[in-house]
Design a protein around this ligand. Structure first.
Ligand code: ZN
Length: 251
């Protein structure tokens, strides 16, 4: 089964469209949360996601934008964007976001796989170090854990003496890029496909991954999209200008 892994779209319609257009064939999608918040196209993104054959997990921005929680722990820019998104969302899209499941969600088609936004230990924890990955691997049994939330692609592998973080170098150019990785059977992994709509690893292109459960191969992609149009929509919506600027910097 070929599984398209997408996360942290953040209402960036242009990035999501580019990903779905340029992605190789897949049978199922796993959306790892934060479909909305920051970007200017929350309804369009939700409608598109609803039409996909997908597993969904809720993110912290989904929760706030759906009105389930107040954005109290958010910085002022994120809180302003969450309040704007709440007003912009249709009742129907808001309801869909409210009903998203809390992670971890276990893969029905890919056995031994779990999907979370932050971490299986706490849905909104940041899994951003080998130490955090080791805690997850010690506390859970899934052979593959897919997560988002940090907006940075990452692969942690259970090694004999702890956890190894595998290198995912990004070459700066304007084209489509793919990094292939063969997963070893018997090794357990914790994997982040990166962010579709607001990458934060210094690279502006949209990130996603494709996992093939038959060959156990995973490919990490970077694809260009119309970032100028996404920025224009953010500014036209009256959202904080920093949210437009950062898209071009990948920060
Ligand atoms: Zn996010």
């Amino acid at each position: 089964m070929r599984l398209l892994l997408i996360s942290d779209i953040h209402a960036n319609w242009e990035a999501l469209e580019a990903v779905l257009w340029l992605a190789p064939p897949y049978e199922q999608v796993a959306n790892l949360g934060d479909a909305v918040g920051y970007g200017a196209s929350p309804n369009e993104v939700v409608e598109r996601l609803r039409a996909l054959p997908a597993i969904h997990v809720r993110g912290n921005h989904d929760v706030c934008c759906a009105g389930l929680e107040e954005p109290l722990g958010f910085n002022p820019t994120a809180a302003r964007a969450a309040r704007w998104t709440r007003r912009a969302l249709s009742e129907d899209c808001q309801r869909w976001l409210r009903e998203l499941p809390m992670g971890p969600v276990h893969g029905r088609l890919c056995k031994g796989t779990q999907f979370v936004h932050g971490s299986p230990l706490d849905e909104f924890d940041y899994l951003d170090s080998s130490y955090a990955a080791l805690e997850v691997l010690q506390a859970t049994r899934a052979s593959l854990t897919f997560f988002g939330h940090t907006h940075v692609p990452a692969v942690y592998a259970r090694a004999r003496r702890g956890v190894e973080e595998l290198e995912l170098p990004v070459e700066s150019d304007d084209g489509v890029q793919c990094k292939r990785l063969q997963l070893e059977s018997g090794t357990r992994y914790v994997i982040n496909p990166g962010s579709v709509g607001q990458p934060r690893d210094g690279e502006w292109r949209a990130a996603f991954a494709l996992y093939d459960s038959q060959t156990r191969e995973i490919c990490f992609y970077r694809v260009p999209y119309d970032v100028a149009l996404a920025q224009q929509k953010i500014l036209a919506a009256g959202l904080p200008s920093r949210l437009a600027l950062r898209l071009a910097q990948g920060l």
